[in-house]
Design a protein around this ligand. Sequence first.
Ligand code: PCD
Length: 804
Amino acid sequence: MNEMTPPKAERAAALKGLGTERKRVEDARFTQGKGNYVDDIKMPGMLFGDFVRSPYAHARIKSINAEKALAVPGVIAVLTADDLRPLNLHWMPTLAGDVQMVLADGKVLFQGQEVAFVVAEDRYIAADAVELVEVEYEELPVVVDPFKAQAEDAPVLREDLEGKMEGAHGPRRHHNHIFTWEQGDRDATDSVIGSADVVAEEMVYYHRTHPCPLETCGCVASMDKVNGKLTVWGTFQAPHAVRTVASLISGIAEHNIRIVSPDIGGGFGNKVGVYPGYICSIVASIVTGVPVKWVEDRMENLMATAFARDYWMQGKIAATKDGKITGLWCHVTADHGAFDACADPTKFPAGFFNICTGSYDIPTAYLAVDGVYTNKAPGGVAYRCSFRVTEAAYFIERMIEVLAIELGMDAAELRAKNFIRKDQFPYQSALGWEYDSGDYHTAWDKALKAVGYKELRKEQAERVEAFKRGETRKLLGIGLTHFTEIVGAGPVKNCDILGLGMFDSCEIRIHPTGSAIARLGTISQGQGHATTFAQILASEIGIPADDITVEEGDTDTAPYGLGTYGSRSTPVAGAATAMAGRKIRAKAQMIAAYLLEVHDSDVEWDVDRFVVKGAPERFKTMKEIAFAAYNQAIPGLEPGLEAVSYYDPPNMTYPFGAYICVMEIDVDTGEWEIRQFYALDDCGTRINPMIIEGQVHGGVTEALAIAMGQEIAYDDMGNVKTGTLMDFFIPTAWETPHYTTDHTVTPSPHHPIGAKGVGESPNVGGVPAFSNAVHDAFRPFGLKQAHMPHDHWRIWKIAHDLGL
Ligand code: PCD
């Protein structure tokens, strides 16, 4: 190296690559109000659509009269199912292999269901006209309870399926039954449980909730009749999949459809599914020949688009007297609402719920999930969760607590006794997964030490005594959780959605002056991909992250990929980015060797350049190589420096974490206060520690919301009781506690840079940590199980029922 060459560390720091707390490049526009969201898109002559929605949860439609609405100046059209029928678009396929009404066809099945679509010159005219559409309903009996839905004499909800006893996931045994999904060994599990020293049994309910992103769902559809091209800007978490499905449904050739996801104000799984609003806007634009915008309001979002959870999980867990777990049995009753529109990979109708053996070495297990129709909104999305993983983590982390009570054992000790050991990885779970890597004991010990676990238990015991003596009315709960996530779907061999294989992609173009653009098949909704993917690349190709543009979300320019959800971007598209970077580097090596007049194998990589082995003063930087790639004739090599990688991951990644919540509870008012929240995450190699911390803060706050108050609740008539933000709990700075974050690093052995996902982990681990804290506070007084959300009233009720 010559004297002018800055030292390695300095050059590496200038790249702002892996492990750097690089500031988010997207924030310059977000903090200045310069983002470009769907509702910012305004086009000449653009029309607006708005829905007439059903006030009833179950009713027959006798008639729809749009005369008065059509008489309003500025109203262009009112679409009903009858208008869509000739196009065969009055029903649409769901992601789960079911079909769903686009507009009510003969009857409605949930409150808020789309009945008619009013198209008008502006949004306000459309909204006024919605009020004037006269719909005559005949009420039908309503079923909101998934157990009652399975009764012999329960009303038939899906008349379109009558007599169809074969569903998308096997046989249906009742008119409101969707599927049964079984995993594991039933007989062996029955026999282990039948002969165990100790068995704990519990019904664990994870209530219905909703992702509720800041920006609701919406789109602008624009059919250009001159060149035959349909462009749709929308809040899509998977733009390429939307394009393919739109092409298959509409018959428009795929190259004539362009799907663009502009900036997205939070997704959280809410923006994975396909909603009637998209179809109606597209049809309206094709018919009118002008762009049509549809953006739902907050109440529509909460009532009609993609709910999450609603799982009734019956469990049995068996152990020896000294606390070694021998078996796990689980039966889930899954309430899918009126249509099965669950967003899961095709072969997994209950998502990855079979990760429910958690972090524990459980030799024998059995799981059955029954999907059921009710008069509720469809959905079942992965709200900050890799397809039903939060339900699974909540289930096992509650079962462990219940078992600890049964055994009279400390719950931290019970966990440590049953963790999969470091030397057991890769670990084959009883329900079918191969965990890639983990070091649970190290994380657990670090967490317990960090919060001062032993002292906390002592304090808790003293508190109980003081309570009994009448000296305090506050209890102390210590909520423990050790979770294992499963993120990064693929592999294509077992993961697809509607037949589309779940790989992902990255395409890199190096410009002659040594800067670059990378395009990916994923789409950020706030995660900061433009920041972090440039960091992966900077470390791979030696070009500063600041000189790399990352672009996602436009199907005309980005390579095909399956999008962003299930924390799959880092495990899949992140891997593609590294692999494409390595292809760039391989070509750069040949160019450098040519320029340096040595053999390819005589140069070696050094941060941002190739140097001649043994002669460090002779080198070519990536900047020089990029220029030469375009401007110098190199024998045997094409000009240019570009690469693309389509990455099909060999396995998922298995991030994990140890979360501990210390909570004070006032038994007289049910109020809670979080004294301490400790979150240790292990997501393998960390790309940007600052972004990871932000992800953890956001995810734990959503977990706080879910565990402590957030809920989509229905009354017996099927009315949504929590359809506004007055009733649906969103934590503000006031309720949100201080979080302490921590980490260990156990790289994924199969990921090119060893990274696992992290975005969902805090939600997966957070919910059981909060809930277990509530349960733990009441454990000394005999509480075994109480349903979430633990709002003040429900907590007061626990205390009241225990006679406190
Ligand atoms: N990272 C790092 N490192 C590591 C990992 C990771 O750094 N190791 C980072 C990355 O790069 C990014 C983030 O972090 O940036 C995240 O990642 P991930 O985990 O891979 O994930 P993604 O795929 O990207 O994303 C997704 C997620 C989800 S799924 C959700 S729900 C949520 C989360 O993400 N969402 C959201 N987060 C968030 N954030 C925000 N801001 N927003 C939003 O929306 Mo689902 O399934 O959809 O339900």
